[in-house]
Design a protein around this ligand. Structure first.
Ligand code: GLN
Length: 233
């Protein structure tokens, strides 16, 4: 069986659990809600949900999970959605004064709440490479979502593979432009990366767990988790 943990500090972990339960796989999946290092060590893979990345980081620190999580991420498949995507970034902008702890693991830079306050939340149809029935759009639910600012090459890591970008013309009509500082570019003025992979790590800046579509959960299990288990299991 495959043991998939969901980091259950704060945020949408219960929704991930429900979605994961609906995925049919060749091997049975056991889902564990992770709140301590001992349970984490039993997992083959992990999902870090959306929520508040500052709160999740703080609670993980208090639970003694920060270092175990970093070690886990260095070895095993991990998927971060929204706040989870921020936490998996090697650098994040727009974090609280004094900085915010990240777990790192993916060589990208994200910006918290990068879509601006006036478009804090929106839905948009996404085309995702490798998803089952990939020509059927996946509804991206963006809630104060981060924006991927940079994808960085790294000699130590596998290349980043973009699996979905959002085009400005796919955004819902009637949205006001956010007023940005002069040196900032509006993320909606060009294509913005919203889903990517780096080896067995998956990043989505939106919330697949808040839809009724389990194709992303299936994608994670099929393309990230199962290949990492090797043939012997
Ligand atoms: N804005 C949140 C953060 O910075 C992320 C929002 C979300 O996960 N829906 O952590």
């Amino acid at each position: 069986k495959i043991v998939i943990g969901i980091l259950a500090m704060q945020g949408a972990f219960a929704e991930h659990q429900v979605m994961l339960q609906s995925v049919s796989t060749p091997k049975p999946i056991e889902i564990m809600l992770i709140r301590n290092p001992e349970d984490l060590s039993k997992c083959d893979a992990l999902i870090i949900p959306g929520g508040e990345s500052t709160t999740i980081a703080l609670l993980a620190r208090l639970a003694g999970l920060t270092e175990p999580l970093r070690e886990f991420i260095a070895k095993k498949p991990v998927w971060g959605t929204c706040a989870g995507a921020i936490l998996l970034s090697e650098e994040a902008e727009g974090t609280k004064k004094g900085g915010q702890e990240l777990f790192g693991g993916v060589t990208i830079k994200t910006k918290r709440n990068g879509w601006g306050s006036q478009v804090e939340s929106f839905e948009a149809p996404l085309l995702v490479e490798g998803l089952k029935e990939s020509n059927r759009p996946f509804t991206g639910v963006f809630i104060r979502a981060p924006v991927v600012m940079e994808i960085r090459p790294s000699a130590m890591s596998q290349p980043v593979q973009i699996i979905s970008s959002i085009s400005p013309w796919l955004l819902p009509k009637g949205q006001q432009l956010v007023s940005l500082d002069e040196d900032e570019t509006d993320p909606r003025s060009s294509c913005t990366v919203v889903a990517l992979r780096q080896g067995s790590h998956l990043i989505t800046t939106f919330h697949p767990e808040l839809t009724k579509d389990n194709r992303f959960h299936e994608y994670f299990v099929k393309h990230c988790v199962i290949p990492s288990l090797g043939v012997s299991r």
